[in-house]
Ligand binder design. Structure first.
Ligand SMILES: [Zn+2]
Length: 315
């Protein structure tokens, strides 16, 4: 049996054949050659060789960090973290590195205390342990819960696609209080957007976020009242349910369809650039089109968008 085949068999037996990682991830599992993971992190496409090296050093740093509490859970809540595939560990660590590569000050605060991520081998294991919907952030346990196959599902094409982990990370960041370093906040703001965040507070990002979010909300409300004269909001009605979904949905869109996002709402887009310290458009010649198309087709269908509980922070 080749090494690659045995890596694939390992995933099959761990997940009942339900998680089929791409060949690149399997190869990484076998060889440990980190550059095999380039496909998972669009940021690599805009970095210099030297920066790419620093990026992967950061990925390794997170993957081995004592406060990066990544657990693997099987059916009947059995903790089998000792069987965690290296590709899974580095994929999750890499998403954190990608979001915070240019804001390692925020990342350092985030990892100052244990941060919990629970990966499930199969959907039944996820449900047995209280997982909700297709993945979730569980505030009581302060952890992201997600089925392993969902980490890989958006990476079968030539460019990265859906990334439910980034969505759940948006929820987790909403709960993170960068000022005191603990979880338990939940005000619809990322770390770095509150005055109380101290050194990591980024005033320009906060101002733009408030301005840009207000514009999104006004456009959404216009659609609700049947006024079609304004441009459509960037996000789907799903993310207008409340402030938490807004943070989760727009975080994922910044990292997947930055061109459309920036064209529709330049202020809100710039808030993300200021906050994360880089312009994600440099990594994308063309957006991942799925969210753009799904969101556009909803608003153009003439359906009335559902109720929103979005709030706008005080300037
Ligand atoms: Zn959500």
């Amino acid at each position: 049996m080749t090494d690659l085949k045995s890596a694939s068999t390992k995933f099959d037996s761990l997940t009942n054949g339900q998680c089929r990682p791409q060949t690149a991830a399997l190869n990484f599992d076998v060889t440990g050659q980190i550059r095999l993971l380039d496909h998972y992190f669009p940021i690599v496409r805009m970095l210099s060789e030297g920066e790419i090296e620093s990026f992967y050093q950061l990925v390794q740093h997170i993957a081995e960090h004592p406060n990066f509490d990544l657990q693997l859970i099987g059916p009947k809540r059995k903790n089998i973290t000792d069987q965690m595939p290296s590709a899974v560990r580095h994929l999750v660590a890499g998403h954190l590195a990608e979001v915070f590569f240019f804001r390692q000050d925020i990342l350092a605060r985030f990892l100052h205390t244990a941060r919990h991520f629970q990966i499930y081998t199969v959907p039944e294991a996820f449900q047995q342990d209280g997982g909700v919907a297709g993945g979730c952030y569980n505030p009581a346990r302060e952890c992201i819960q997600i089925v392993m196959s969902r980490l890989f599902e958006g990476f079968n094409g030539t460019a990265p696609g859906v990334c439910p982990f980034l969505h759940e990370l948006g929820h987790m960041l909403d709960h993170f209080d960068a000022g005191c370093g603990s979880m338990g906040r939940c005000e619809g703001l990322y770390p770095g957007l509150r005055v109380s965040d101290g050194d990591v507070f980024t005033p320009a990002a906060r101002n733009l976020f408030i301005k840009g979010k207000r514009l999104e909300l006004n456009r959404y409300l216009a659609r609700q009242s049947g006024d079609f004269s304004q441009p459509i909001p960037v996000g789907h009605p799903y993310v207008f349910q409340n402030d938490g979904e807004f943070l989760a949905g727009y975080l994922e869109m910044f990292f997947r369809n930055p061109h459309y996002f920036a064209a529709q709402n330049p202020d809100l887009y710039r808030a993300y650039c200021e906050l994360f310290g880089y312009d994600a458009r440099k990594a994308w010649t063309e957006d991942f089109p799925h969210y753009v198309n799904a969101n556009r087709s909803f608003y153009l269908s003439g359906q009335t968008p559902s109720k929103t509980r979005l709030t706008i922070p005080n300037p």
